[in-house]
Design a protein around this ligand. Structure first.
Ligand code: SAM
Length: 400
């Protein structure tokens, strides 16, 4: 087998059919549990108790992204396999939430659906749907494509054109997953399996389907150095979650390039899962948020970075100096102080004393000095005097 590989950009391509290798390996994994594909993983307690043994055994995950979802949320699971993550999340999001498992493998989809009624009757509700799609093309419903192909078998070049036109129509008119429709996208050990040339589009798709303020929580296999050509050239290693693994620094950069903010490593397996030619492969769970675009409006807000670092830099290049009240626009203030967001624990919010209604707010001056003077917060006319006169000084509970 010849390999066309470079370790530099553009992404390496492989001479074998990656998708087919992955499809065949996980069809086999749906039929029979494959111990070689298992990376030991601990799931948050209690949620596995009511699940059928077959679903538990045919687990090919490498982390636990399910612990980061909340009641009432709509969650998409990319590469849902036997459905274990979906069924755990079904319990966490409750009857008001929704779970959509996406996989392109009919056998895995059949296995995931096999116990759906049984689990729903135990829970008392059914909030899980399994759909057929490629995770790098979440707008295209592959069941619809299949139905179309049965009526219009492709036997000519013109037929290919007609199929492409139908796929384009389906993406627009009946997308499998709509823009801005999902609170959380999770995935457990699947992104690495996508072809190198499709990986950038995969991150763009995750971004597209998330609502503003939504988040991705992804567990995947990463490596500390670029895989060698020999590793990349091995279809078994690709479908075994090794050859397509992201280099750990590049994995985080992929989120950044897609427009995410607040990107954070939530867990990193200490001991490598596998070591090949000295290259370490281990599981990493990363969270990243969507929603930092939009106008910058001035409402005289500031934040104080608590430390311990001397200064930190956000994804838009704003620097926050420890202990300084840094001026921020309204949009950034909301992101930084959001109790469900990634930053609020590290910052003290400083609101303006005068409320500036959003509709009256002027554009934030991005050229201004980074530090907000206290008089900007309080107003130039602020002349209040408050003393402790009359208070019982140095009583045990007083502040002197
Ligand atoms: C390693 S298994 C992980 C399954 C599941 N997340 C778990 O934790 O057990 C990978 C799954 O992703 C599916 N898959 C791989 N590449 C895919 C793609 N490009 N689009 C959709 N599904 C894919 C496979 O069919 C398989 O079910």
């Amino acid at each position: 087998m010849t390999e066309i590989v470079t370790n530099d950009l553009p992404a390496p391509t492989t001479a074998y059919d990656v998708e087919n290798a992955v499809l065949e390996r996980y069809k086999a994994g749906a039929r029979e549990a494959q111990p070689a594909l298992c990376c030991p993983t601990e799931y948050e307690g209690g949620y596995l108790e009511g699940l059928p043994q077959e679903i538990i055994e045919k687990d090919y995950g490498c982390g636990d992204p399910t612990r980061y979802v909340k009641a009432g949320e709509t969650v998409v699971d990319l590469g849902s396999g036997a459905g274990k993550n979906c069924y755990i999340i079904a319990q966490k999001v409750g009857s008001q939430g929704q779970v959509i498992g996406v996989d392109f493998n009919d056998e895995m989809l059949r296995l995931a659906k096999k116990y759906q009624d049984e689990i729903a009757s135990k829970l008392g509700y059914n909030n899980v749907h399994f759909v057929k799609g490629k995770i790098q093309d979440l707008a295209l419903n592959l069941d619809e494509v299949q139905r179309w192909l049965e009526k219009h078998p492709v036997t000519s070049i013109e037929g290919i054109g007609a199929l492409e036109a139908e796929c384009a129509r389906l993406r627009v008119e009946s997308p499998l997953i709509s823009d801005n429709s999902v609170d959380v996208v999770i995935s457990n050990c699947v992104l690495n399996l996508v072809r190198s040339q499709d990986k950038q589009q995969l991150f763009q798709e995750i971004y597209r389907v998330l609502k503003r303020g939504g988040r991705a929580v992804i567990s995947d296999i990463v490596c500390d150095e670029d895989p060698t050509p020999a590793i990349l050239n091995d279809p078994e290693l690709w479908s075994g979650c090794i050859a397509g693994a992201f280099r750990e620094d590049e994995f985080l950069e992929m989120f950044e390039q897609a427009g995410f903010y607040g990107i954070e490593i939530l867990s990193r397996q200490e001991e490598p899962w596998q070591v090949i030619d000295g290259i370490e492969f281990r599981s990493l769970t990363v969270r990243a948020f969507k929603g930092k675009d939009g106008p910058c409006l001035e409402r005289n807000q500031a934040v104080i970075y608590k430390g311990p670092w001397k200064q930190v830099l956000d994804d838009d290049g704003h620097t926050y100096e420890r202990g300084q009240r840094m001026a921020v626009c309204d949009k950034t203030y909301k992101i930084l102080t959001d109790a469900n967001g990634p930053y609020h624990r590290d910052l003290v919010p400083v609101e303006s004393y005068q409320n500036i209604p959003l509709e009256e707010a002027q554009a934030f001056d991005c050229q201004r000095t980074g530090i907000r003077h206290p008089q900007e917060t309080k107003g130039l006319d602020y002349r209040v005097t408050v003393t402790n006169e009359g208070a019982a000084c140095c009583a045990p509970e007083s502040c002197c």
